[in-house]
Design a protein around this ligand. Structure first.
Ligand code: ZN
Length: 250
């Protein structure tokens, strides 16, 4: 396999606007995620793009040159231009992997790919989150124990308004009693989509070793395996002669 080509897209507003978030993520959430990827895939090409850059830091060449994209957004999903949301969606259908993180559940690309509202129940109460490993043999969960805990996280609870996942790999339990499907996969066109729940901006979640391993494993698992547009529907010649009595009669 050639080295992985990753693009991390981050909204990058909380880090600039809130001191508590800036203190946890001085290089941005994208910077922490970049470190996680390079820790496990030192040969990878990891690029970053953010909302307020021209064209949100994206280009059609960049999408074509990306095996897997990570997406973190929260408060400004509406600022993502519809045309770019559609280009990301089409890139996935053509083979690019997409890993949607935490509040990215309401991002335009994810909602387009799911076709549902992707809403959920939530609460910010500094709760403990325990994530259970449902599929220890799955490549995304390689090296991950039966369960692990994050001391403080935002709660996301069911029902999560997503189409039934192809695979539900982890479920989260929260101190307040809620549960949530926290690591799920879907195939869309030629691409693979992963949703991974943890990652609220006021907690150092993306420095947790298990979370970093899952993100890195998911990037490898969802990487592009081919590049083929699904937009064209060409008329084709038959490979073999097909008798057509109606046509021959005329
Ligand atoms: Zn959050």
């Amino acid at each position: 396999m050639p080295p992985l080509r990753v693009t991390i897209w981050n909204e990058y507003l909380h880090e600039l606007e809130h001191d508590v978030v800036a203190a946890i993520y001085p290089d941005g959430i994208h910077g922490a995620l970049r470190g996680a990827l390079l820790e496990h895939h030192p040969d990878a090409t990891v690029r970053t793009a953010t909302l307020r850059e021209s064209d949100h830091g994206l280009s059609t060449d960049l999408l074509a040159d990306t095996d897997v994209m990570l997406w973190w957004g929260h408060k400004a999903h509406d600022e993502v231009d519809d045309a770019w949301a559609e280009r990301v969606q089409q890139a996935v259908l053509a083979g690019m992997g997409l890993i949607v993180l935490h509040s990215g559940h309401h991002s335009k690309p994810f909602k387009r790919l799911m076709g549902t509202n992707c809403s959920l129940r939530w609460r910010e109460a500094d709760e403990k989150e325990r994530l259970w490993n449902l599929q220890p043999s799955h490549p995304i969960l390689e090296g991950i124990p039966e369960h692990f805990e994050l001391a403080h996280e935002e709660m996301y609870g069911e029902r999560f308004d997503i189409p039934e996942p192809d695979e539900t790999l982890m479920v989260s339990w929260f101190q307040g009693g809620d549960v949530f499907r926290s690591l799920c996969t879907w195939r869309r066109g030629h691409g693979r989509v992963v949703y991974f729940r943890p990652g609220h901006e006021t907690y150092p979640t993306y420095f947790d070793g298990h979370v970093r391993r899952i993100v890195a494993n998911a990037a490898d698992w969802s990487r592009r395996r081919l590049s083929r547009s699904t937009r064209e529907a060409p008329q084709v010649e038959a490979l073999e002669h097909v008798p057509n009595p109606t046509k021959e009669h005329i």
